[in-house]
Structures are given as C-alpha cells and as structure tokens.
Design a protein around this ligand. Structure first.
Ligand SMILES: Nc1nc2c(ncn2[C@@H]2O[C@H](COP(=O)(O)OP(=O)(O)O)[C@@H](O)[C@H]2O)c(=O)[nH]1
Ligand SMILES: [Mg+2]
Length: 332
C-alpha cells in the first residue's frame, strides 16, 4: 500500500496526477475497511441492511433508519439531513422499492463523506512541499503516537525520508514510545528531555529535516499538559515556531480521534480545530466500535475529511479512508 506519492523515474511532476491506487492496493483498502467496520456491520449499522431486506418499504421505515443512524453516532442533525435528501430524491425520481431507496442512501452517504475533501492531502501530491511538515494533535490515548509510527512506516516503505519530532514532552514514556517506533522503522527521531519546550523540539525536528533533505517530518504532541499550561495555546505555539523555519508549515494538521468516544470526540475536535487549523482526521480504533456512524458526523459537522482509519494496534493497521469502500462496508 503506497501512502506517499513517489514520482516514477523519469517523469516530471506535471505529468502525473495525484496518488492513484493500483488494483491490488484497492483490494487491500477494501479488505482493511471491511475488517475495521466488522463490528459496525454486525452491530447497530447492520440493522440498516435489515430494514432494506423487508419486502415493503413503507413510511414508518424512515423513522427506523433515522433511529439506527443516530444510535450509530451519526448525530441527529447529520442523520436528519441525510435522510431528508434521500426522501426528496426518492420522491423526485419516483423510487419506491427498498433496493432503490437503499441505493439512494448509499449515494448520499458517500456524498456526505466526500464533501469536505476539497483538495488532495499534501502527501498524495505529485510534488509535495519538501520537507512536508505534519503536525499530529489529539487528546491523550486517542492513538497519536501509534498513528505516527504507522504513518512513518508506510511513508518510509514508499521511499520517503522521514524525521519524527517528539514534541509530546509531558511524559518520558511518550518520548520512549516514539523512540521505539523510530528505531524499529529506522528513521531519525528528534527528542529532548521530558518537560522540555515542545516548540523547541518541533523547531529542531524541522531544522533536522531541512539539513538532511528529508521528505517529511511528523511531529507528535501532548494530549494534556501540567495544569497551569493551556494545551491549545501550547499547540498554537508549536505551529508558530515551525513557521519561523517554513512559513507555510505545518502543511497538514492531523487530528487523531478515537472512534469509540463517539459524540464526545466531536466536541474535543471542535476545540482543536479552533486552536490549530486541522486539515484532516485520523479515525482510530474503528475496529473497536459498532458505531461507525461517527465518520458521517465528522464530515458533516466538522467539515473535515477523514484521511486514514486505524484498523487495529499493529504497525500495518492503518488504511487510507475511502468513502465508497466505507459505505459499501457498512451497507453491503
Ligand atoms: N484497536 C486499536 N487500538 C489502537 C488504534 N490506534 C491506537 N490504538 C491503541 O490505543 C492506545 C493509545 O495509543 P497512543 O498512540 O499511545 O495514544 P496517544 O496518547 O494519543 O499517543 C494504545 O494502546 C494503542 O495501541 C487502532 O486503530 N485500533
Ligand atoms: Mg502519545
């Protein structure tokens, strides 16, 4: 699975489009998405398919669909608007049978998920900025460090030169955790002592990436701080410090959200989005929840694209998010 856009030898960047997956890679995304949504499909969202399996699709079923979507953490507003569009289309297009309504629902679900992806992510561009600076934020335990390890491994396998910055200086264990990943993957880690200034670590990481002509630098951050320091202010500072070296950086700010926290996660996400301009979401622990509807709430309520899904705890358990695959997996 390629995550990083690698220019084929001898091609000029303008001749190639954004990252396109091969048939083999598509199959891999399909399988990972299926695995990650297994619980959702067998749980609440699986009831969608049951509704459509009934011989008659009558008016009462709209309420049932709405209830299922809300129970699956889609959120009342998102579920309401989604179904209103499906109903309107069903009426306008004269669709009355279950199979037809189901197809309309699938199309509208994909539309909700695809709406925020206005531009391709920087790592998929034919000619990404160099070094590409990715800042990773999110609350404690959401899966930031693990996701950074998975991403770094994938980028490295694609031939990109990676530097990691351990700007979660709150706990010694956090730095060690990133060091373990860096050693295992064989990438450079920039770290200082526990308790040191996160901005200084981020600055050093970017400087090291520039000096070594690295392709990408991924900066880990804390999910909480000592009581008197404000986390959001600290994150803003990290971004500002990085801008002293590269004015356009961070090029991507990934917010890591734990899918099992459901609607609570959305409130957290808003706080981060307001503090540091989040450009995309990594939805982790999708494998551990039956409430995969949270992906729709993220796209609709936050207006942010989901870029990756965490499908487990192993190094390979990260997949690019694909709206069609996701919808196909929860509503087969
Ligand atoms: N099942 C599952 N566990 C995950 C996933 N991502 C992270 N974790 C686990 O979540 C826990 C917290 O992860 P960590 O990266 O330390 O979170 P951080 O505090 O945000 O850096 C660890 O036990 C990870 O193995 C995922 O996609 N699926
Ligand atoms: Mg961490």
């Amino acid at each position: 699975m390629r995550f990083w856009r690698r220019k084929p030898e001898g091609t000029d960047a303008s001749q190639v489009g954004v990252l396109e997956l091969t048939a083999e890679e598509r199959r891999e995304v399909h399988e990972q998405t299926e695995r990650a949504t297994d619980r959702s499909r067998r749980g609440i969202l699986g009831r969608l398919a049951e509704v459509f399996a009934r011989p008659q699709f009558d008016e009462s079923l709209w309420d049932e669909l709405e209830e299922i979507l809300i129970l699956a953490d889609t959120g009342a507003a998102t579920a309401g608007e989604l179904l209103a569009r499906v109903r309107q289309r069903a009426k306008a297009e004269g669709v009355r049978d279950a199979a037809g309504v189901r197809e309309l629902l699938r199309q509208e679900m994909v539309a909700v998920l695809e709406a925020p992806a206005r531009r391709p992510p920087a790592w998929a561009l034919p000619d990404p900025p160099s070094p590409l600076v990715i800042l990773v934020v999110g609350v404690n335990g959401s899966g930031k460090t693990t996701t950074i390890g998975k991403l770094a491994q994938a980028f490295r396998r694609d031939g990109a030169k990676v530097v990691l910055g351990a700007a979660d200086t709150f706990r010694a264990a956090a730095i060690d955790q990133l060091r373990v990943w860096a050693e295992r993957i064989g990438v450079r880690l920039v770290a200082q002592q526990p308790g040191s200034d996160p901005g200084a670590v981020a600055y050093d990481a970017v400087a090291a990436a520039e000096a070594e002509a690295a392709d990408v630098v991924i900066i880990d951050t804390a999910g909480r701080l000592h009581t008197k320091t404000n986390l959001m202010e600290e994150l803003r500072k990290v971004a500002r410090v990085v801008q002293r070296r590269i004015p356009e950086a961070p090029h991507e700010v990934l917010l890591v959200l734990d899918a099992t926290t459901g609607q609570n996660g959305l409130a957290q996400a808003r706080t981060f989005t307001e503090a540091v301009g989040v450009t995309g979401i990594v939805l982790t622990k999708l494998d551990g929840t039956a409430k995969g509807g949270i992906a729709f709430a993220i796209a609709h309520d936050l207006g942010l694209p989901v870029r990756f899904i965490g499908t487990g705890e192993r190094a390979d358990d990260l997949a690019p998010f694909d709206a069609r695959e996701f919808v196909g997996a929860i509503l087969p």
